[in-house]
Every structure is written in structure tokens, then in C-alpha cells.
Design a protein. Structure first.
Length: 187
């Protein structure tokens, strides 16, 4: 892949490499989670509950994990059976089903994240600090370009959305509730 590639060809190669990277990462992550007895949707659900640090409604979990209600019910059923989450009815509205991570669920997510960090450090150990910085800047550029196009934002509005998105990992359930509230105010 020398400089003889036209810009259009180079962009296609970059896009294809990025898609391949996402596919391989998703496959590896799914297989790795199986060693903990979890599927990817189960982990995303459990990790979201752990990050939220309190009970939440099933409907909030369906939104943050992009699952439909019947699928989420099955995921929660399995996590309850594994004693990683608990399910109960809201005391103020008995129609609402709430779920919360148990101590075992919190411990498992902590263990998974610690092992993931160790793995990530090994993956990037060949890169210098300068190369890591360049890689981070390129990824920030890609995030900004794609999010700006996806949400039709630019300037300060885009900066604000990127800042909020950085908090998604800290508490995805809270983030999604804020987004729903923002959309409700617009309409």
C-alpha cells in the first residue's frame, strides 16, 4: 500500500480496515466473555446496571442495549438465574419491573474490566507514547467526523455532544434517560 493509491482508494482501504477491526474485536470480545459464562448482550446489560449503581426499569435497559422487550426479559431471566442481578416490582407503580446488579454481578464486571485492561495493555505495548497519542488523536477525529455527520452538528454543539458521549461509558442508562428527556423537550 504505497503512495500510488488515489485518495478514494485509500479512504476505502481505511474504511475496510476499520470494519474488519470492529468485526474481529466483536468476535474476540464475544468469545472472551463466554469464558465468564456471559454473552455480549448479557455483559452489556450487567455492565450498564453496574455503572448505573441503582435499580432501573426494564424499559431503560432495552433502550440502552438496543434489545426488544422480550429479548431483554430473557437476558434478565438468565442473569437472575446466575445471581448477577435481582428483579423486583416498583413500590410506587406495580406495573414497572426494576432490576439491579447484585454484589456478585458487580464483582464479575470488575473482574472482566480488570482482565480487559491487562489485555489492552498487551495489545498496545509495542506502540510508543507518541504513537499512542497519534492513534488517540486520529480516533478523536473519526469520532468527531462521524458523529457530526450522523447528528448534523458542528462547532460548539458537536463539542458538547462529544463531551456527553464520553460520559456514556460512566452510566449509559443515565445518558439515555437524558437523551430521551432532551428529545421530549424538542417535540
Amino acid at each position: 500500500m504505497g503512495p500510488s493509491l488515489r485518495r478514494e482508494e485509500r479512504v476505502k482501504v481505511i474504511k475496510d480496515l476499520f470494519i474488519s477491526l470492529m468485526w474481529i474485536a466483536a468476535r474476540y470480545h464475544s468469545q472472551w466473555l463466554q469464558s465468564f459464562g456471559l454473552t455480549h448482550p448479557q455483559f452489556m446489560t450487567l455492565a450498564s446496571l453496574v455503572a448505573h449503581r441503582q435499580s432501573c426499569a426494564m424499559r431503560d435497559l432495552t433502550e440502552v442495549t438496543f434489545q426488544d422487550p422480550p429479548t431483554m426479559t430473557g437476558i434478565i431471566d438468565r442473569l437472575v438465574k446466575m445471581r448477577l442481578v435481582q428483579r423486583f416490582r416498583s413500590e410506587t407503580d406495580r406495573r414497572v419491573v426494576l432490576v439491579q446488579a447484585t454484589e456478585a454481578g458487580i464483582d464479575l464486571v470488575r473482574q472482566i474490566k480488570e482482565e480487559a485492561t491487562e489485555h489492552d495493555l498487551k495489545v498496545y505495548e509495542a506502540l510508543t507514547d507518541e504513537e499512542l497519542n497519534q492513534y488517540e488523536q486520529l480516533l478523536r477525529y473519526l469520532l468527531r467526523a462521524h458523529l457530526g455527520q450522523f447528528m448534523a452538528l458542528q462547532g460548539a454543539e458537536l463539542d458538547s455532544e462529544i463531551e456527553k458521549l464520553q460520559h456514556f461509558k460512566d452510566d449509559p442508562i443515565h445518558y439515555m434517560k437524558q437523551e430521551k428527556e432532551k428529545q421530549r423537550k424538542v417535540h
